[in-house]
Write a protein that binds this ligand. Structure first.
Ligand SMILES: Cc1ncc(COP(=O)(O)O)c(C=O)c1O
Length: 340
């Protein structure tokens, strides 16, 4: 293991997790074939397993969440179409404008409410009439969890029903949908009910090194497969990495509860300190507001004590399987000494 692994506590994101020994063994043992021909048995197993787990006809393995979301948007929408999306959503704000750049698909951003949702009245109001002046509104894209917040199931049911009644399709960026399912105590399938497609990241809290999976109907996945090839995401002996994703889905969902417990414990301890504001985590992500004049000093201390958090614009702390309760206790001591 590298120095970095041994010495640093990295709480910037759950994307930093590394494959466990058991996951590496599964990857090492994977049967492989040429997946562009559909011949990789491990990729096929992962896709079938994910489709069944999330309750869809078919699934597609993609190299990243960005590409999985993008091929979904490209499969749902055509040139001159538009998708409704949160102002804070990854598919709008953090994916390089890919749908617009590569698909001529216009995003219609909508302000997120404090709980991360999009108000149903806003969704209804932003659906444009069939008029030559307007882009054609084709898709509602929601994200769950969003900034660590879990969207309630009854809200999702109402939002997807509204979209379907108005003739829109629905896509969920479920990069962390398993965190939402575990928090809600429901099956992954129940957590995505009503969505025509969902993109799930295997390389975040689930601990696989690479990859995301897009689930949907057979025709949608066929279309998405064409776009994935065009984007250069057709991988050959991808079973080596798909095996990590399959292992993640089979073994690492329930344990996300530990990450949630660690986040709640960490936030609870930090909220006892004076002069900082801590958001109560719902899952594995929480935010801390610190006085502007404390930023540089805290940054120096974190560097010295080998702790990484995201510092801009607010402190963001993400718990994951490579951060144990002992690690969290060490971080609490560092914060306590600094703010105490
Ligand atoms: C909510 C959400 N969606 C999608 C992605 C994109 O995943 P990737 O980094 O694999 O492209 C991320 C990555 O952090 C994310 O947080």
């Amino acid at each position: 293991m590298s120095d970095l692994k041994e010495n640093w506590l990295d709480l910037r994101s759950d994307t930093v997790t590394r494959p466990s020994a058991a996951m590496r063994a599964a990857m090492n043992a994977a049967d492989v074939g040429d997946d562009v021909y559909g011949d990789d048995p491990t990729v096929n197993r992962l896709q079938e397993y994910a489709a069944d787990l999330f309750g869809y006809e078919a699934a597609l393995f993609a190299p990243s969440g960005t590409q999985s979301n993008l091929v979904a948007l490209l499969a749902h929408c055509g040139r001159g179409d538009e998708y409704l999306v949160g102002q804070e959503a990854h598919t709008y704000k953090y994916e390089g404008g890919g749908a617009a750049v590569l698909g001529s698909i216009q995003p219609q951003p909508i302000a997120n409410q404090a709980d991360g949702s999009l108000a149903l009245a806003d969704i209804a109001a932003y659906i444009k009439p069939d008029d030559i002046h307007f882009a054609r509104t084709k898709l509602l894209a929601l994200e769950n969890t969003i900034g660590g917040r879990v969207l309630p199931l009854d809200y999702l049911q109402r939002a997807t029903s509204l979209a379907h009644e108005r003739g829109l399709a629905t896509h969920m960026d479920g990069a962390r949908i398993c965190n939402a399912a575990v928090k809600l105590g429901v099956s992954p399938r129940a957590a995505v009910a009503g969505f025509d497609s969902v993109s799930v990241c295997l390389s975040k809290g689930l601990g696989a090194p690479v990859g995301s999976i897009l689930c949907g109907s057979r025709p949608l996945i066929k279309e998405a497969t064409r776009w994935r090839k065009m984007l250069g995401g057709g991988m050959r002996q991808a079973g080596m990495i798909a095996a990590g994703g399959l292992y993640a889905l089979e073994h690492n969902i329930a344990r996300l509860a530990e990450d949630h417990d660690n986040a709640a414990y960490f936030a609870g301890e930090l909220s006892k300190l004076k002069g900082i504001q801590v958001s109560a985590p719902q899952t594995n992500i929480f935010y801390v507001d610190i006085p502007a004049d404390a930023c540089r000093g805290l940054n120096d201390v974190l560097q010295l004590t080998r702790i990484r958090v995201s510092m801009s614009p607010r402190l963001r702390i993400v718990t994951h399987m490579d951060a144990s309760r002992d690690d969290i206790d060490r971080a609490i001591t560092v914060f306590g000494d600094f703010f105490g």
